[in-house]
Design a protein around this ligand. Structure first.
Ligand code: RIB
Ligand code: CA
Length: 316
């Protein structure tokens, strides 16, 4: 089987951690590196969590981890989402320390180098702010033509936002970076709240996975169960969801490996960077002859139940 060569870029909170573990387990993915970014938590904590997750998955010192941006490209940091992901970013579950340390090379340089080395084969999956990719594009705009595909967990095109009425967290947290990346012309699939809010994992599914999983996956499944309890708590309090939550970041990684699980539509997209109410909004020009924005593939429909089954099957 040909594996897709993937760099995951993550602000390693709860759903990022789930996505990374899924990527590490999938036979369809060759995770060639993980870059980290501020967002749910600080970039330092995101990096530390990533290293510990690799150890949990038995991949310590095998996959390079590169630290990235600690703040947006051109605005002040707005704070973190510890109310969603916990003070430590992974739902207050403690993971053992790893002996692995991040590489010296910063995330933007790592992305640029890997794009060259992999000669058109590099797939990027971003699970946080687009800051690292934007910084790499600023250093070398030719990057846009060297990436096989960029899957972005972010945006809310025809769905409500989750930070403001119209903005999703990953875009809202660094809109200028998102706009720069969209404009670059890189081949992009946008995995936004339009589909992630329909892809719901229930506690009962985790209970059943705990009963059936292979002994070698026991540690991972217990970790996922522990952090998801925290995440379900947030979604219960803020959204009224009873013991279930959306799979934002895992769905983005799944789509990179199983693109048939979604239906996409080409839309001319722009990111609103000014204004009081709409900053961070992903605006699609749906007129018959679009006049603003850059064409990107926007996920509009998902086979949600099958997506969740595929995600869980990786740990069974
Ligand atoms: O809006 C959901 C996204 O914001 C997810 O990537 C979550 O981890 C946070 O980064
Ligand atoms: Ca994330």
């Amino acid at each position: 089987m040909t594996q897709r060569k993937i760099i995951i870029d993550a602000d390693t909170g709860i759903d990022d951690a789930f996505a990374i573990l899924y990527g590490l387990k999938s036979e369809k993915a060759d995770i060639v590196g993980i870059t980290t970014v501020f967002g749910n938590i600080s970039v330092e904590l995101a990096t530390e969590n990533t290293l510990r997750i690799l150890k949990l998955a038995g991949r310590e010192n095998e996959i390079p981890v590169s630290r990235g941006a600690s703040k947006p490209i051109s605005r002040e940091l707005q704070g973190y989402s510890t109310h969603v992901h916990g003070q430590n970013g992974i739902g207050e579950v403690e993971l053992p320390l790893s002996s692995q340390r991040p590489i010296e090379e910063a995330a933007d340089d790592f992305i640029l180098r890997m794009a060259d080395e992999l000669n058109g084969e590099l797939v990027l999956v971003t699970l946080g702010r687009l800051t690292n990719v934007a910084l790499a594009l600023r250093k070398d705009p030719r990057l846009a033509g060297k990436i096989k595909h960029l899957y972005v967990m972010g945006g809310a095109v025809q769905a409500p936002g989750n930070v403001t009425p119209v903005a999703e967290a990953n875009i809202w947290g660094d809109p200028e970076a998102a706009e720069l990346v969209v404009r670059s012309g890189m081949p992009i699939t946008l995995v936004g709240l339009d589909v992630t809010m329909k892809t719901l994992l229930h506690q009962s599914q985790l209970d059943s996975l705990k009963r059936t999983c292979k002994p070698e996956n026991r540690g991972i499944v217990d970790f996922i169960d522990g952090m998801m309890r925290f995440y379900f708590g947030f979604y219960r309090e803020f959204n009224g969801f009873r013991d279930y939550a959306p799979m934002h970041d895992p769905l983005a990684l799944l789509i990179a490996l199983e693109p048939g699980i979604v239906r996409t539509q080409t839309m001319h997209l722009s990111v609103e960077c000014t204004g009081e109410l709409c900053v961070g909004m992903t605006v699609a020009d749906l007129r018959r002859k679009p006049r603003v924005g850059t064409p990107v593939q926007v996920c509009v429909e998902v086979q949600a139940a099958q997506a969740v089954e595929l995600l869980l099957a990786a740990f069974d």
